[in-house]
Design a protein around this ligand. Structure first.
Ligand SMILES: [Ca+2]
Ligand SMILES: [Ca+2]
Length: 349
């Protein structure tokens, strides 16, 4: 049974192949061995950073920070170095995986009545969440997100907006309509893994300390759009000032200080962590791996709350701001949507 509740609280509300490269090393002029990132990946150096958002920032009304978003308290986190995909996993990369394995994504498979005895029959069919055609102006302050989201049968990674859509011209866009287990299956096939939430935020910050966005604190420095998000009155009008109504080819916007593209915007990215309320208050200092997410299903298998990161082409200043470094979005194990994908990391040892 697909629940949109969690996926959507915010921007909603809410990989070439992430190529199967080998880790490597080479000698520099001094004869010392240096790590060399696999193809399509970059080195994220070891270090520490302040994860989360300070309360003082929430209090500044002119700063686009969502309150109550579980970004508090800020806390120091220490991480070992790792490799990270420089881009979100693309449709062409995901096709290599599917061609090699015959894998079917969650959105392409029905759920069973035995597993979810109390689900409505229509909620068991293969489907993903797609933005609905609006029939009237929507006020996001008073209307429920289901007004502009629709669980769409036939929407899957090859048909992002539903059965009438396809991937023509979009092979270099990030793959979407991916659920957690799909991302995990791809990562395992590629000899990689999903980033922890802490690794993701540390990498997104690109070596800058305490900044709102991967490039700094000014969202559009010099008037330049640095990420694919939504301009205009969400969800009624997209003025398309950044040039992309939905997803964009990866690398359409400048990379951050670590050489990572689209950490802010384009599509949300699934990370490894489950979501536990209050986890930041007890998170270990070294390499936190997330808490224990409550199940979103009462009658049926355990379906954990999870975290997605980085915002999407639907995020905007008035509603979501998911493209901030510290922004967190609730999701779950089994929901797929047309603005959520992923990227992978790989250990250096
Ligand atoms: Ca856009
Ligand atoms: Ca992204």
């Amino acid at each position: 049974m697909r629940h949109f509740n969690y996926l959507s609280i915010a921007c909603l509300i809410a990989l070439s192949s992430c190529s199967k490269g080998k880790k490597g090393s080479q000698e520099n002029a001094a004869g010392k061995t240096q790590a060399v990132a696999p193809p399509g990946m970059v080195i994220i150096p070891s270090g520490s950073f302040e994860m989360g958002t300070a309360q003082a920032l929430f209090a500044q009304g002119n700063i686009p920070v969502r309150s109550g978003a579980e970004e508090w308290p800020p806390h120091r986190v220490i991480l070992d170095a790792f490799y990270m995909d420089e881009t979100e996993v693309t449709n062409s990369q995901f096709k290599e995986f599917v061609d090699a394995t015959g894998y079917k994504t969650q959105a392409e498979r029905p759920f069973s009545k035995e597993d979810y005895p109390n689900a409505k029959p229509q909620d068991l069919l293969p489907a993903a969440f797609v933005m609905a055609q609006l029939t009237k102006k929507v006020d996001i302050k008073t209307e429920h997100h289901t007004t502009w989201w629709k669980l769409t049968n036939g929407a899957d990674w090859q048909n992002p907006e539903g059965p009438e859509s396809n991937l023509d011209g979009r092979w270099d866009h990030p793959v979407v309509n991916i659920a957690y287990e799909d991302a995990e299956a791809y990562a395992k096939w590629a000899g990689k893994r999903l980033p922890t939430e802490a690794e993701w935020e540390y990498a997104a910050r690109g070596g800058l300390e305490g900044k709102l966005y991967p490039w700094g604190d000014d969202f559009t420095p010099g008037g330049k759009h640095m990420a694919n998000c939504w301009q205009g009155d969400f969800p009624n009008e997209n003025t398309n000032k950044d040039g992309f109504i939905t997803s964009s080819p990866v690398k359409s916007f400048p990379p951050n200080g670590y050489g990572l593209f689209d950490m802010a915007g384009n599509v949300w990215e699934i990370v490894a962590d489950q979501y536990e309320q209050g986890y930041y208050q007890k998170s270990p200092k070294f390499a936190p791996k997330g808490g224990v997410g409550e199940s979103i299903v009462e009658d049926g298998p355990v379906v954990h709350q999870r975290v997605i990161r980085g915002g999407s082409f639907l995020c905007n200043e008035g509603y979501c701001t998911g493209y901030r470094n510290a922004a967190r979005q609730l999701s779950d194990d089994i929901s797929s949507s047309f603005h959520t994908g992923f990227r992978c990391v790989k250990d250096m040892k």
